[in-house]
Design a protein around this ligand. Structure first.
Ligand code: SF4
Length: 239
């Protein structure tokens, strides 16, 4: 694993102990140091959400040649698909992965875990294998919701695959602050009130403290995870 002293610090204290500028510098430093170790095998997982937009912008500041991948599904809203086309046109170093396999009708209602596993987790595994990824960079933040409180900035949940969460410490408002100050384009769905974006059947506009409360409403997965941050990703290959 990449040697980095910051991993031992108390995440909860830093979330409110660092100011915005300190967080930006810390995030840039994390990406810079990881890129120095992993080079072209550092790849950004860009979900096209607001957090990914920040991470992608930070990565481009570190090196314009850093690559990324987008996982999309047949159920993404038209606005997200249009935003994806615009983003990929601007950054051809982003590769798009999608699983076209046949699945049962309304699997997202009957078994959302299997639906996410098929449509999201499997393509991510393929991206990691095909792009020869040693370090994947995500937009995960520990203040997003009940399922995201116990992560670290640098992790190795899969052996031989480092996961870097460079904006782990950021609050939601700091994400918007960064995007506004740096004039980074975002998915137009945010203007309608969405706070966390996913597939159309599984995403609602929500209010209140939990940013991910609008995800998988009415299912056991409500406010939860699609599995990319919880399931093994490196099962089919060895480095
Ligand atoms: S978010 Fe919903 S539609 Fe999208 S993959 Fe998961 S369960 Fe299926």
């Amino acid at each position: 694993m990449m040697a980095l002293d910051v991993a031992q610090e108390n995440v909860k204290e830093l979330v409110d102990g660092l100011n915005f500028a300190e967080k930006v510098e810390r995030s840039l430093s994390l990406v810079r140091r990881a890129y120095a170790v992993h080079g072209d095998r550092l790849v950004v997982a860009n979900s096209l959400g607001k957090d990914s937009c920040v991470v992608w912008d930070l990565a481009k500041r570190v090196s314009p040649t850093i690559r990324g991948f987008i996982v999309t599904t047949r159920f993404k809203p038209p606005e997200t698909k249009a935003f994806m086309r615009q983003t990929v046109a601007m950054y051809p170093e982003l590769r798009v992965y999608e699983n076209d396999a046949a699945i049962e009708e309304k699997l997202y209602e009957t078994d959302p875990d299997r639906c996410c596993d098929t449509l999201k987790v499997q393509p991510i595994r393929r991206a990691i294998e095909e792009m020869n990824v040693a370090c994947w960079v995500t937009g995960l933040r520990c203040t997003e919701g009940r399922t995201r409180t116990d992560y670290q900035e640098i992790e190795e949940r899969d052996e031989g695959l480092v996961k870097l969460n460079p904006i782990l410490l950021w609050h939601e408002r700091e994400v918007w602050e960064y995007l506004a100050l740096n004039q980074v384009p975002v998915n137009p769905l945010y203007a309608q009130g969405y706070r966390s974006l996913g597939c159309a059947p599984c995403t609602r506009i929500s209010a209140g403290g939990d940013e991910r409360a609008g995800r998988w409403v009415g299912t056991s997965k409500c406010g939860g995870e699609c599995g990319i941050h919880t399931r093994p990703l490196k099962t089919n290959f060895q480095i």
